[in-house]
Unconditional design. Structure first.
Length: 179
């Protein structure tokens, strides 16, 4: 199934969820965090790299160790070691007749909320200042700001006498009033 999400969005979703596997029909075998809170691609990254069936579900991969059929040639000791570690962890998994349960880590009840998702996306993007304290501060104004009209364009007067008017501040009526 194709979604409009970027890889970064998918990674954020997977980092914020964990899955309790039931029948395994909704859970990606390699990419979702369903095996003791981890994704098989994180447990065995070298095996994931050589796997060619990366989009299978747990339901299609677990029976008869079908996940092994998707692995290409493993040639290094590290690949074999990761394969055995993953195989040992998978031996304890038993699929159940109920649906998979997706749990959202960012709320206390484990249910998704758009507020928590937005907070996760923008964490660290802006500091959390106590703005109320800033606006309640009673201090003397040290600076005055004046709105200024933009410089004239050629359409205003053809550019004639621009420097003279700017120098005499006739173009800035607020400044003129204060002098």
């Amino acid at each position: 199934m194709h979604t409009a999400c970027t890889k970064l969005d998918e990674d954020l979703f997977r980092a914020c969820t964990f899955i309790t596997v039931g029948d395994g029909k909704k859970t990606s075998f390699w990419k979702d965090r369903w095996l003791h809170g981890q994704a098989p691609k994180d447990i065995a990254p070298l095996c994931f790299r050589v796997a060619w069936r990366k989009n299978q579900t747990v339901a299609t991969s677990m029976p008869h160790n079908n996940w092994m059929k998707g692995l290409k040639h493993m040639s290094t000791q590290a690949e074999i070691r990761q394969f055995v570690d993953l195989w040992i962890q998978l031996q304890m998994v038993q699929l159940q007749p109920q649906d998979d349960q997706i749990h959202w880590r960012l709320t206390s009840d484990g249910k998704y909320s758009s507020k928590s998702a937005y907070e996760a996306q923008f964490v660290g993007a802006h500091p959390d200042y106590k703005w109320v304290c800033v606006w309640k501060a009673k201090v003397e104004n040290k600076c005055e700001f004046f709105p200024m009209a933009p410089p004239p364009t050629q359409a205003d007067d053809g550019g004639q006498n621009y420097q003279e008017r700017w120098a005499s501040k006739s173009y800035l009526p607020i400044v003129q009033d204060r002098e």
